[in-house]
Design a protein around this ligand. Structure first.
Ligand SMILES: [Zn+2]
Length: 268
């Protein structure tokens, strides 16, 4: 499933192609996504110029002027790619042509994705703080932990209404880097530990973005697994394997229904 680093990578990849270019044609082949694509979507988007590309949580937001944003969400299996789709590629739902011969396509086999024009943040739902933004600090994490003393620290990290975009992989990895057991109650985690955790979240996401950047170039051939970042994982999906720091076997437990991995020696 595309997570924050993949979505950020999509934004960075498409921006140089689309910013400053006018949309010439929009071909919607399949409207039935998580929310159906509006009947007038193509007509409203065509003729507009893309002024910028930004990410908010796991949304790609293309500023198309007049306060309007072209919103794309990749859902479970979506891809938003530059170029022409290979012939006979199934599940290509939207094709967009821009000035200068630039083409984009949206492909989504499971159709949990989303594509719409929106002028209203409410369309994006309740979204917490960006973990790579200036608001995400040790103090913020501390105040959230105070308010959710009984919650497992891992579930706080993954609560998108408080902090967006920290998926299961990154929550597990960040907690390992910070030396904190995922199941610890927020009320029992010290301020110093939360400060370490805030930096660990940033570092893990930034590393993932750095490595996915290269894997996206051969997107069409790839099966979706970002090879490079997989090799950098310390605990995620490594139950029973030796900790890369201390060689103790990594343990697995289930927290809030999600597979959770930690080192019993490095994490307290
Ligand atoms: Zn260890």
């Amino acid at each position: 499933m595309p997570e924050l680093p993949e979505v950020e990578t999509v934004c960075r990849t498409i921006a140089p192609y689309v910013v400053g270019r006018r949309v010439l044609a929009v071909d919607v082949r399949e409207r039935r996504l998580r929310r159906p694509i509006a009947l007038d979507f193509a007509q409203r988007l065509a003729g507009r110029t893309v002024r910028g590309v930004a990410r908010r949580a796991k949304y790609v937001l293309l500023d198309v002027g007049d306060g309007l944003r072209w919103v794309v969400h990749l859902g479970m299996s979506g891809r938003f790619c530059v170029g022409d789709p290979p012939a006979d590629l199934p599940h290509v739902h939207v094709l967009v042509e821009l000035e200068g011969g630039v083409r984009l396509y949206f492909r989504d086999p499971r159709r949990f994705g989303l594509m719409m024009l929106s002028a209203d943040d409410a369309d994006l739902g309740v979204l917490g703080v960006e973990p790579l933004g200036a608001e995400f600090t040790a103090d913020l994490l501390w105040s959230l932990a105070r308010r959710h003393r009984r919650a497992a620290v891992k579930s706080l990290l993954m609560d998108g209404r408080r902090i967006v975009g920290v998926g299961n992989i990154y929550a597990n990895e960040a907690l390992h880097h910070a030396g904190i057991r995922p199941g610890r109650r927020c009320g029992k985690v010290t301020r110093a530990e939360l400060a370490r955790l805030a930096s660990a979240v940033r570092m893990v996401l930034e590393r993932a973005i750095a490595s996915r950047g290269s894997s996206l170039l051969d997107y069409r051939d790839a099966d979706g697994n970002a090879g490079e970042f997989q090799r950098m994982l310390h605990v995620y999906e490594r139950g029973g394997e030796p900790c890369r720091a201390c060689a103790a076997p990594i343990r697995r437990q289930v927290i809030c229904g999600r597979g959770t991995f930690y080192c019993p020696r490095c994490q307290r």
